[in-house]
Design a protein around this ligand. Structure first.
Ligand code: UFG
Length: 339
């Protein structure tokens, strides 16, 4: 019998890609989402890609009863938790909104899981590492104090899972620390749909290329890096989604070496802001109007993953070439612009 996986926040950008990969790997997937930061566009795309709908429940993970009822209605073998707010700037101006939503929802999920022996996969972020001296970072690198309430919720949720897995017999969990997820499904039926002005680099690039934004600001060209712009590890969203399938397989296959494990999910290759823009232009043949702007407060200079633990233990590695990822993001942008 196939295993059943709950994807909280599965109507969103990363969750919808994970839903596709899990379904294609033979899992039964249930998506639950309160649609607070997305609509049904991606779920509709998931249905087209798979050729059938996935079970969907509109609900809020902050409501204990809703979470308990959901876990009573299905027998989940694992849950992947994405349901969270993610705007760094907004988290600074509205910290309580972030702490309440991101922590309460996760506590409810962990509580429901531990009662029923369901494994928990948490979507964490490389933001927990802060500014590092000598990238690449391994999972052994210390975490730094978070620079935003959003980043703090990632650290706190990691700790909630770590402590719960240590305390409760039968509860196990994995945190995946994503570097910079970008791109879209090769079908161009699902992708990132930022609301309002994008905060992240690639959506801003594609919207500028599409003429929705006038000009991309490159935040700082005086960093101590080869071309003066920041270095990041841009991980293709489909590759990232496949890491979740590997991690669920590890949890459910009894392969974990301790009740709580952490893996970096990145390519291991640093790419500068200018290089990303240039590669996008080469990959798509579309010019991106840009200008150098002052540094953005809170940005770290350079961070990229050492993904060797994921390679060794999850049997996963990033595969999609950057040009393909960038082309997919452009195809998705064009699809969205036509809609
Ligand atoms: N950048 C620009 N112009 C833009 C947007 C971004 O030059 O319009 C630059 C940034 O300065 C940075 C790089 O592009 O050097 C990447 O920026 P993103 O905003 O795309 O990504 P970040 O590395 O800042 O974000 C990551 C994660 C977030 C997390 C954040 C914490 O994607 O989820 O780190 O700092 F919250």
């Amino acid at each position: 019998m196939s295993k059943t996986v709950l994807v909280s926040g599965g109507a969103g950008y990363i969750g919808s890609h994970v839903t596709v990969e899990l379904s294609q790997a033979g899992y039964e997937v249930v998506v639950a989402d309160n649609l607070s930061n997305c609509d049904l566009t991606c779920l509709e795309g998931v249905r087209k890609i798979l050729g059938h709908p996935v079970t969907f429940k509109e609900m809020d993970f902050c409501t204990v009863k809703a979470v308990e009822d959901l876990f009573d209605s299905f027998r989940f073998d694992a849950v992947i938790h994405f349901a969270a707010f993610k705007a760094v700037g907004e988290s600074v101006s509205e910290p309580l909104k972030y702490y309440r939503n991101n922590l309460e929802s996760f506590i409810n999920v962990v509580e429901a899981s531990r009662k029923r022996g369901c494994a928990v996969l948490f979507s964490s972020s490389a933001t927990v590492y802060g500014e590092v001296d000598n990238p690449p970072v391994t999972e052994k690198n210390d975490r730094q104090s978070a620079t935003s309430p959003y980043g703090n919720t990632k650290q706190m949720c990691e700790d909630i899972l770590r402590d719960s897995a240590a305390a409760y017999e039968g509860l196990s969990g994995i945190a995946l620390r994503y570097f910079n997820p970008i791109g879209a499904h090769p079908s161009a039926l699902i992708g990132e749909l930022p609301r309002g002005v994008p905060n992240n680099l690639l959506p801003y690039v594609t919207q500028t290329a599409a003429g929705i934004r006038d000009c991309l600001s490159i935040f700082g060209d005086d960093y101590p890096t080869p071309d003066g712009t920041c270095l990041r590890d841009y991980i293709d969203v489909v590759d990232l989604a496949k890491a979740h399938v590997c991690a669920v397989g590890r949890m459910l296959g009894g392969k974990m070496e301790s009740a709580y494990e952490i893996f970096n999910i990145g390519t291991g290759r640093p790419v500068s802001v200018l290089e990303l823009v240039k590669t996008f232009e080469e990959a798509t043949g579309v010019k991106v109007n840009c200008r150098i702007a002052p540094r953005r407060p809170g940005d770290v200079t350079a961070i990229w993953a050492d993904p060797s633990l994921a390679v060794e233990k999850l049997g996963w590695k990033a595969e999609r070439p950057l040009v393909e990822t960038l082309r997919s993001a452009w195809q998705w942008q064009q699809y969205v612009s036509r809609k």
